[in-house]
Ligand binder design. Structure first.
Ligand SMILES: Nc1ncnc2c1ncn2[C@@H]1O[C@H](COP(=O)(O)OP(=O)(O)O)[C@@H](O)[C@H]1O
Ligand SMILES: [Mg+2]
Length: 172
């Protein structure tokens, strides 16, 4: 195991079994792994940052060298503040490659000493994304093998809260 703190940044809206697979692999390579939720993303998230952090903390509780944090602004600045030596990112299909390459090379330009390390998930998670989970769940499909039980519960609560809201409020 390297004596390196690594940061695993992302939206985690919500955390899936694919993310969790990567966290497990990362926690075996690095001495410490910080899962960092980006708070200034442009996307309109389903879960608040607080909810996403709570879910991440719940599912990583048993992993002693994994912690959860949030950050805004440039990833390289946050990495410097945390004294991180590496960024962890995941690559699923070909489609991830171009975006991830662009990000990694941009971050390297900004901070040459910070390496981005890519890991592949287990084959069965190679198609899995937070977006897909939300889509399937919103149409009543089962996401049982795609997210940890704690996340499935939160999804159900979130959808029930949405349905319970008055129609006028929902349209806004
Ligand atoms: N099923 C998965 N298997 C492996 N890596 C994944 C999976 N889903 C997402 N990732 C990776 O985790 C990281 C964070 O993903 P995500 O939460 O979507 O945040 P972002 O908004 O930065 O893409 C990205 O590197 C993404 O490629
Ligand atoms: Mg993504």
């Amino acid at each position: 195991m390297t004596n390196t703190l690594a940061i695993y940044p992302g939206s985690f809206d919500p955390i899936t079994n694919g993310h969790l697979d990567l966290i497990r692999r990362g926690s075996r390579i690095f001495s410490r792994l910080v899962v960092a939720v980006l708070t200034n993303a442009e996307k309109q998230p389903l879960f608040t940052v607080e909810e996403r952090v709570a879910m991440l903390e719940e599912v990583t509780r048993g992993m002693s060298n994994v912690s959860v944090d949030t950050f805004s602004g440039l990833l390289v600045d946050y990495a410097k503040r945390r004294n991180a030596g590496a960024i962890l990112r995941g690559i699923r299909a070909f489609s991830d490659y171009e975006y991830e390459l662009q990000m990694a090379l941009t971050n390297r330009k900004l901070e040459p000493s910070l390496e981005t390390v890519f890991l592949m998930p287990a084959e069965s998670y190679g198609y899995l994304s937070s977006r897909l989970v939300k889509e399937i769940f919103s149409h009543g499909g089962t996401v049982k093998d795609m997210v940890p039980p704690a996340v499935e519960r939160r999804l159900r609560e979130k959808m029930e809260a949405g349905r319970a809201r008055p129609v006028a409020a929902r349209r806004r």
